[in-house]
Design a binder for this molecule. Structure first.
Ligand code: F6P
Length: 358
């Protein structure tokens, strides 16, 4: 068992419902093991600028059901520089922080691996509404963001039905279409438009015309923000215009944006955040580091951060020269299989939306 006195914890990148539940779990579990916890305020900037708040178990009371992150968050450019990292190391030394738990997305994990390489063992926990981390089936916040999105679309559907209208809804997700995909399926939307699958605009327009002729009154189309026009503008807004013009259905546009990143975490997010937080402490105390905690086939398991980061680039076609050099043929094959599995699942759900919105 590693002899840690104090674990630091931070949240970084876009906040996500469930981050607080994870901060709570790490804090309580660490104290239960006799280890102190330093809350790092404002992500990696807090580590650079020495903004540290020691957390007692009582200080994380009543946050399990709260959205946002009590530790605050940011996207820190200075941390990507060596001087920035050295300041972060100095802060760890000053406060006796022996190890870190970092909650966020791929940028957060790159920071985590930088800290591990400079002598501060780090474990990453996936926290982002986007569910865009290839190595894990699930990121904390995804279910809550989808639930909020679905509730809001349900409201739009009521009024679309009353007025025989269409609503084109743009949702967040960066370059990942999963929020759009699953909420479209769950709300009975007529189509999802996502970066992962080429969109058949004429086919969808034709289908909407047929449905209208057959008596359908209310239509919803969910578009991921990652889908852009060739000019780089949001495709969602353009699609709303095309639908109105081509189908003659009165069409409204709504952009949900940050609103679905807030609010209470769902039950699933609280549970997964708690399990991941507890495992992060267990791993550090067992002497492990440079792992990201993933959910794979309903199990919570640690995955090597470097493998996770490169799997992500593999899946997103962003591999750089030499990226695969450190991996065995079996590991590269595992990345390939993972990418194929994710793509197959996205296509399966995409097809289901078409089949169930006839
Ligand atoms: O990564 C979470 C996310 O909400 C994305 O869905 C979105 O593209 C981005 O963050 C927005 O970033 P910001 O909060 O900096 O506007």
């Amino acid at each position: 068992m590693a002899a840690f006195r104090k674990i630091g914890i931070l949240t970084s990148g876009g906040d996500a419902p469930g981050m607080n539940a994870c901060v709570r779990a790490v804090t309580r579990k660490a104290h239960a093991e006799g280890v102190e916890v330093a809350g790092i305020i404002g992500g990696y900037s807090g580590l650079i600028n020495d903004n540290i708040l020691d957390l007692t178990p009582r200080m994380v009371s009543d946050i399990i059901a709260r959205g946002g992150t009590m530790l605050y968050s940011d996207r820190c450019l200075e941390f990507k520089t060596e001087p920035g990292m050295q300041k972060a190391i100095a802060t760890c030394k000053k406060h006796g922080i022996d190890a870190l738990v970092v909650i966020g997305g791929d940028g957060t994990f790159r920071g985590g691996t930088d800290m591990t390489n400079r002598g501060v063992p780090t474990i990453g926990i996936p926290g982002t509404i986007d569910n865009d981390i290839t190595a894990t089936d699930y990121t904390i916040g995804f279910d809550s963001a989808m639930t909020t999105t679905a509730n809001m679309i349900d409201c739009l559907r009521d009024t679309c039905e009353s007025h025989a209208r269409c609503n084109v809804v743009e949702v967040m997700g960066r370059d990942c279409g999963q929020i759009a995909l699953y909420t479209a399926l769950a709300t009975g939307a007529v189509a999802a438009v996502i970066p992962e699958v080429p969109f058949d605009e004429p086919g969808t327009i034709a289908r909407m015309k047929q449905l209208k002729a057959a008596g359908k009154r209310g239509f919803v189309v969910v578009v991921s923000e990652g889908v852009r026009t060739p000019e780089g503008t949001p495709y969602s807004e353009k699609l709303a215009e095309v639908i109105a013009k081509e189908t003659l259905i009165e069409t409204k546009f709504a952009r949900f944006a940050h609103v679905v990143r807030g609010g209470k975490p769902s039950l699933q997010d609280r549970l997964i955040a708690t399990e991941m937080g507890v495992m992060a402490v267990d791993l550090l105390l067992a002497g492990q580091s440079n792992k990201v905690i993933c959910r794979l086939d309903s199990k919570i398991v640690p995955v090597d951060i470097n493998f996770a980061l490169i799997s992500d680039r593999y899946y997103k076609n962003k591999l750089k020269e030499g990226d695969l050099d450190a991996f065995t043929p079996d590991q590269v094959n595992a990345m390939k299989e993972r990418a194929e599995k994710l793509n197959a699942e996205i296509r399966r759900v995409y097809q289901m939306i078409e089949d169930t919105s006839k």
